[in-house]
Write a protein that binds this ligand. Structure first.
Ligand SMILES: [Zn+2]
Ligand SMILES: [Zn+2]
Length: 236
């Protein structure tokens, strides 16, 4: 127990202040992009003048460039939650200007050969092969634009699906693993509903119920809301 007349700040208060400071310097910009409403998230650290993009749907490059100019920031890299066509259509645009792309090794084949998913997409899409510059794996702790980030492997919707947990901001970028009121499709090649449910149980259930989930489609939600209201998780 802390003594009541202690003049020292408690470590807990410091953590709170640091978190508050972190929250105030980090901005998140959400782009819902065509052709099927795929979310891309741009995280900007205004103190550092750096930004990070999570997923790269069609039109992401144009939207990101506008924000970088507005915030006078530089793009450090693109982090991909998975390799499905709707999340990677603009990867080649970032390759062209030398922005590094990070993904899980098991989805690299989809990024290199996006036409593999053509029969599951919609007609008239132009595919360009993307290049991955660095691999991410389960349990990896990295710093992305000054934010401590834990990578967790969350297979099921695709073999190389990963989620990005930022505990200091109380955010998780989940890709197509979990949505507000739903979970990822598992009727594509290489998908497994059992693996998906196990990923959610193992990686999402232990998280703070107030943690915000930023999914690959649709509105943001929280871990607690999905644990109590998501019909796909009701029997877990
Ligand atoms: Zn997907
Ligand atoms: Zn998607």
């Amino acid at each position: 127990m802390e003594s009541k007349n202690s003049c020292q700040l408690e470590p807990r208060s410091l953590t709170f202040l640091e978190k508050a400071r972190m929250m105030s310097q980090i901005k998140i910009r959400i782009f819902e992009l065509p052709p099927i409403g795929t979310n891309a998230y741009l995280i900007i650290n205004e103190d550092l003048g750096k930004a990070a993009l999570f997923d790269s749907p069609f039109g992401a490059k144009v939207e990101v460039d506008k924000q970088l100019e507005r915030h006078d920031a530089e793009l450090d890299g693109v982090w991909l939650t998975h390799g499905h066509w709707d999340h990677i259509l603009d990867v080649h645009e970032f390759n062209k200007v030398g922005v590094p792309i990070f993904a899980h090794m098991e989805d690299e084949v989809l990024i290199k050969n996006p036409e593999l998913m053509a029969s599951f997409s919609i007609p008239g899409i132009e595919y360009h092969p993307g290049k991955v510059d660095g691999y991410l794996e389960d349990g990896q702790e990295i710093e992305i634009v000054g934010v401590k980030t834990r990578v967790v492997h969350t297979p099921g919707h695709s073999p190389g699906s990963i989620s990005f947990i930022m505990e200091d901001l109380n955010w998780v970028i989940s890709g197509d693993v979990i949505f507000a009121g739903s979970v990822g499709r598992t009727d594509f090649p290489g998908c497994s509903h059992e693996a998906l449910m196990e990923s959610i149980r193992k990686q999402f259930f232990p998280l703070d119920p107030q943690m915000i989930i930023y999914p690959g489609h649709g509105p943001k939600t929280t871990v607690g809301q999905e644990r109590s209201l998501n019909p796909f998780l009701s029997e877990m």
